[in-house]
Design a protein around this ligand. Structure first.
Ligand SMILES: [Zn+2]
Length: 214
């Protein structure tokens, strides 16, 4: 089963919030006025519902996100933990993990992508089973993020010549049975490219998003 954020990761973050250990240090400067993040003030707490996959079942867990306010221009900025992607209930690890498992395996269908290893898909007694359409949607989500941050990603690549050599978008191929439209082919190509450079650069979207203040 692909890597997902665990309930423990989320609980550990919640404890940090409750102990006031989430600080603005390490955030990017204000995207509006460029004030350094150490001058941000605590603004608000916001409850967020996260969805994690436990034994291929979807479980909901609540966690508090901390919002800061720029002391200069008043812009509010959310501190996203490593497992959170803006506006998504599923965690970054779930979205990346299941998308990668599908995109990097030429034989895998969306149906295969939500079955644990060689197990037969089962109808759960309780909880909601992960649907194949979720993985399809996550690839769309991921592509939008990759395209939005492609400049930052390419900049990271330029600093790593070995990674550049191994990740030419033009050399990446996707088997025809994986897509019906040109648009979908485009999504799968971007995702495969991203996972290739991710292996080289050891980056994830949390860091990329943070560095570009989204
Ligand atoms: Zn500002």
């Amino acid at each position: 089963m692909p890597l997902t954020a665990t309930l423990e990761d989320i609980k550990a973050y919640q404890q940090k919030v409750e102990k006031n250990k989430i600080t603005p240090n390490g955030l990017s400067p204000c995207p509006r006025c460029h004030l350094e993040s150490i001058f941000f003030k605590l603004h608000a707490y916001r409850e967020r519902r996260f969805l994690v996959i436990v034994d291929m079942l979807v479980k909901a867990v609540f966690c508090t996100l901390v919002r800061f306010r720029c002391a200069d221009c008043g812009k509010t900025i959310t501190n996203y933990p490593d497992f959170a992607i803006p506006n998504k209930h599923y965690t970054r690890q779930t979205i990346e993990g299941f998308s990668r498992a599908y995109v990097e395996n030429d034989q895998k269908s969306y149906q295969d992508a939500v079955v644990i290893d060689d197990a037969v898909a089962e109808r759960p007694v309780s909880g909601q089973a992960l649907a194949p359409s979720s993985v399809h949607r996550w690839i769309t989500t991921l592509t939008a993020l990759i395209i939005a941050h492609r400049q930052a990603l390419k900049k990271s690549l330029q600093q790593n010549p070995a990674a550049q050599l191994g990740s030419h978008l033009e050399l990446i191929q996707i088997p025809k049975k994986k897509y019906k439209t040109h648009n979908r082919k485009h999504c799968l190509l971007w995702c495969r490219w991203f996972f290739k450079i991710q292996d080289f650069l050891k980056i994830n979207f949390h860091r990329v998003c943070d560095n570009t203040s989204v």
